[in-house]
Design a protein around this ligand. Structure first.
Ligand code: SF4
Length: 324
């Protein structure tokens, strides 16, 4: 029994087969890093961990695509792909840079959908309209904007030096949805606050905020401490203490039950890059943690929307065999 509406289920249902994400580094930056808003970045941001490094090694988008596609095609026979512009803020800068990047995707074999990671304050009508235009020109089935919200609490957003408020996120979601672009919200559990750390109540506030918007998907992230970040300094000084594994499992369980059952879950926990994790140790093994989450949901009979519209049991569209 599937207890969440997972991205893999959504993709199989809509495309009849697995659609694999290919991460691409198009050389974008971030206004919270380059000095436009700040040079510090969000307190948890590891600037070394945000990019794949492929662009620095001189690989074009087509070469990056070929590298990953050869692996997925050769190993699993996967034929359809999502171009995932992942590194930093992929709509930041002049609209011409975005146009040039999108044009470079034309003709990539197996290209089916596009996903762009970005900040809500790096989108305007011109860029959104360009995305709509290029969706058609490239024959893309979907264009997905992965937007960082992290928390719906503006005091927390200020404390983590996010550089935008929750209302900016909501405006970007509406502007994207009005144009038929899909939005995936990124949210974090265990963010630092002036008085300590966000807990279950704050995560639930954020989930309710997301539920009320035309959001298509969500990514949950357990906040961990990366080396070389502001958060690492706070951790070493004892002013930030990460969630324990059990605290995260409890917070995530509540969040999942409160989440609208029609929102597609792209991720349940974070995935530290090799060598970047300072604490907590339990966050190191993403796959192991994912299995622990599933076991926890089963043991406590938890499913998505159990306290929000799906009280009688997991909806049928959670199942990979759903054919409706
Ligand atoms: S918006 Fe993203 S890339 Fe920019 S500082 Fe924050 S986490 Fe880092």
């Amino acid at each position: 029994m599937h207890r969440t509406f997972a991205l893999s289920t959504y993709m199989r249902h809509h495309f009849g087969q697995r659609v694999q994400k290919i991460p691409l580094d198009a050389g974008f930056s971030c206004p919270n890093r380059d000095g436009t808003l700040s040079k510090l970045g969000c307190v948890f941001c590891n600037p070394l961990g945000s990019g794949s490094g492929m662009r620095e090694r001189g690989l074009s988008l087509a070469e990056q695509w070929a590298f990953w596609r050869d692996i997925h095609l050769g190993t699993h026979g996967i034929e359809r792909y999502t171009a995932y512009l992942q590194s930093y803020s992929n709509t930041y800068g002049p609209v011409e840079k975005l146009a040039e990047t999108l044009t470079a995707l034309d003709g990539l074999p197996g290209l089916t959908t596009l996903a762009l990671g970005t900040r809500p304050d790096c989108l305007d009508a011109e860029k959104l309209d360009l995305l709509v235009e290029q969706k058609k020109a490239l024959g893309l089935a979907e264009v997905v904007l992965e937007l960082g919200l992290q928390s719906s609490n503006d005091a927390t957003l200020t404390h983590i030096n996010r550089g935008h408020d929750a209302a900016t996120f909501a405006e970007a979601v509406h502007a994207a949805a009005e144009r038929g672009l899909l939005v995936v919200a990124h949210v974090m559990a265990g963010l630092p606050t002036q008085n300590g750390r966000e807990g279950v109540d704050e995560l639930l506030d954020t989930v309710r905020y997301v539920n009320a918007l035309p959001v298509h998907g969500i990514k949950f992230h357990n906040l961990y401490v990366c080396r070389g970040t502001v958060l690492a300094r706070w951790f070493k000084a004892g002013t930030y203490v990460p969630m324990t594994r059990d605290e995260f499992l409890d917070a995530l369980s509540e969040a999942i039950q409160c989440l609208d059952p029609k929102i597609v879950i792209h991720r349940l926990n974070g995935n530290p890059q090799k060598g970047e994790l300072l604490a907590p140790d339990w966050a190191a093994n993403m796959r192991g943690m994912h299995n622990a989450i599933r076991a926890h949901f089963k043991e406590h009979d938890i499913w998505q929307g159990k306290k929000n519209g799906a009280e009688s049991g997991p909806p049928e569209w959670f199942s990979p065999s759903f054919e409706g």
